[in-house]
Design a protein around this ligand. Structure first.
Ligand SMILES: [Zn+2]
Length: 137
């Protein structure tokens, strides 16, 4: 068994029955890193302390044997952030499709709509409020 295999096996043994990482763990870790960078820029001791608190929470949750409680926390986190995560994935998709589609808002209800680029002037009917208007794409 190679050295790396030994380390991997030892890690697996160590993590057995422990919770490990999840979405919330990634979020607290990333928030910790972000706060640490911010604390370096601002020279703020409170922020760097807070970043270490976040690392501590991340580590505590990863090593926790109370997997049920950690799972519930993660579920709550996912519930709370669902709207933002959805908005974010929509934003990413819009960026990807920007060459193919023109995105614009309904002038009446602000609903986000799209038209295939190069289709010229078109009459659009908003799917949400039924308002009709012409636009170019
Ligand atoms: Zn509308």
């Amino acid at each position: 068994m190679g050295f790396m295999d030994k380390i991997r096996a030892a890690m697996t043994r160590f993590m057995a029955g422990r919770y490990g990482s999840d979405h919330l763990g990634m979020a607290t870790l990333m928030a910790g890193v972000a706060l640490y960078i911010l604390s370096m820029i601002l020279g703020s001791g409170i922020l760097s302390f807070l970043s270490f608190v976040l690392y501590g929470i991340t580590l505590f949750r990863m090593l926790s044997r109370n997997t049920e409680a950690r799972r519930m926390e993660n579920q709550k986190y996912l519930q709370i952030t669902e709207k933002w995560r959805l908005e974010w994935s929509r934003f990413i998709r819009r960026q990807k499709n920007r060459k193919e589609y023109k995105y614009f808002r309904c002038p009446k209800c602000r609903q986000l709509l799209r038209l295939k680029r190069g289709c010229g002037e078109k009459e659009v009917t908003c799917a949400k409020c039924g308002h009709s208007f012409t636009t170019k794409a």
